[in-house]
Design a protein around this ligand. Structure first.
Ligand SMILES: [Zn+2]
Length: 459
């Protein structure tokens, strides 16, 4: 945990100091740890952003007693759960695409957290995780999230891009990518209108946003967080999520994460699994992570779980095929691979018996692999975090096949303090400017898992 949680009434009584001396500012939170192997320029940016802890907002003060949560012209009483329908489009006739939003308003005041799934309609890990999160047996038999025990407000939107979800497509009906259309305009194209309404009516009033995604068509991701670590509130929840891989970068232009950050809202993107599939491990890790964030923000009672280590990555390395043909990936996403290890083979049906190995250029953690078998020379088939430090620690969490067992996928890890979490830095840059830029286009997929181009044929 980067920040020791501090309650508004946690001031204590400062000892009197000598009259002449200026009163030292009381440090209400522990200094944040920034891994010292992160490139120095980036480290300075992150440290600067984390320097001044802003005080707990007055609106979370518990002195004035419970308050209503005003949302979409509704007044939600403290300690209650409400399900509200929100129209993606504001129309009198025709399709308005109402989507369900569950609001769990705690008995005591606290931060407002919005959790979203399926901004990309065919990414189903978010919808599944959030349906469980709203469900009656989340924390045990007949044990749902209890608003009476909560301090703060949770808004859960399992499926945002409903029209895309119904068509099993990443995009909105006009072929545009909703997660590249923020903040949107009220009088522009359909996707832009939806983005504008979502942002202004639903997201804007949040203190934190957790956006759940999977890889785009043609590839798969091991569970990972993407966050701008130089954004204080985002840094905090990125670590609080409690998993190993954190990719430090600003969100793509037009993405919800970027707009939220620019507006002072803490925002992270979770990526796990692939689109059009329901990878149970990625679903489990998503639920685990959301609960960790809620516990860490003290919205839910209990202690957040923490991983044995975190990889804070500022860049990556790509593994490409040098031949064309059909791909067979041997090391799944999540594998820790050695330099020169064979990660895939390429064969050509017209040349039976001939096979080419694809080797890793360097040692590291494979965070994403291609699932689409057609490759040309130069096609990226794997995305690697080149881990050079902390390898011994990392190895302790590998399964017999050499795959990282993500925290939360194998039950709750033992309790540990944040100081006991080892930070492992990966230095580099994101080729093409963002973690997914090198994937390129295929018919269904998109450049970025977080935000792709509007139309795959549009270049
Ligand atoms: Zn996505």
């Amino acid at each position: 945990m980067p920040v020791k949680d501090s309650d508004a009434d946690d001031q204590g009584s400062a000892k009197p100091v000598e009259a002449a001396a200026p009163r030292a500012k009381r440090r209400r939170s522990q200094p944040l740890k920034v891994a010292n192997q992160i490139p120095q320029s980036r480290r300075k940016e992150i440290e600067k952003a984390l320097e001044d802890a802003s005080p707990t907002p007055k609106k979370w003060s518990r002195k004035d007693g419970p308050k209503y949560h005003r949302f979409l012209r509704k007044r939600i009483s403290p300690g209650t759960v409400r399900q509200i329908e929100f129209d993606l489009l504001d129309v009198d006739i025709g399709e308005s695409w109402p989507i369900p939003i569950t609001v769990i308003h705690g008995a005591r005041p606290g931060p407002v957290v919005t959790v979203l799934g399926a901004l990309h309609g065919n990414e189903l890990v978010g919808p599944l995780a959030l349906t469980y999160l709203c469900g009656p047996n989340l924390l045990g038999e007949d044990e749902a999230i209890d608003p009476a025990a909560m301090a703060g407000t949770l808004r859960i939107i399992p499926v945002v891009n409903l029209p895309g979800y119904r068509r099993q497509s990443r995009y909105m009906v006009d072929g545009r990518d909703l997660n590249r259309s923020f903040p949107g305009k009220p009088d522009s194209n359909t996707t832009s209108r939806v983005a504008h309404r979502l942002w202004n009516k639903v997201i804007k009033g949040s203190d934190h946003v957790i956006d759940l995604h999977t890889a785009a068509v043609g590839r798969t991701n091991m569970p990972q967080i993407r966050a701008n670590l130089a954004h204080r509130a985002s840094n905090r929840i990125a670590r609080a999520f409690g998993i190993e891989a954190i990719l430090d970068n600003e969100g793509p232009k037009g993405s919800l994460r970027k707009l939220a950050n620019d507006s002072g809202i803490g925002a992270i993107t979770y990526e796990g699994g692939g689109s059009n599939e329901a990878d149970p491990e990625s679903v489990q890790v998503a639920i685990y992570g959301v609960l960790n964030v809620l516990r860490s923000l003290k919205i839910l009672p209990g202690y957040p779980s923490r991983p044995r280590f975190r990889i804070l990555a500022s860049g990556s390395v790509w593994i490409r095929s040098d031949q064309g043909g059909l791909l067979d990936v041997l090391t799944p996403a999540g594998s820790f691979v050695e330099e020169g290890e064979t990660v895939a083979t390429v064969t050509d049906p017209e040349r039976p018996g001939e096979s080419y190995d694809v080797l890793t250029p360097t040692r590291g953690l494979l965070i994403s692999t291609a699932t689409h078998p057609f490759v040309n020379a130069g096609t990226p088939i794997g995305h690697l975090l080149p881990v050079t430090r902390g390898v011994k620690t990392l190895r302790k969490r590998l399964d017999p096949e050499g795959c990282l067992v993500t925290s939360g996928s194998d039950g709750d890890p033992p309790w540990r303090e944040d100081e006991d979490v080892e930070d492992i830095s990966v230095i580099g840059e994101w080729s093409g400017g963002s973690p997914d830029a090198e994937w390129g286009h295929n018919e269904e997929g998109a450049t970025d898992d977080e935000a792709g181009e509007a139309d795959p044929n549009w270049t």
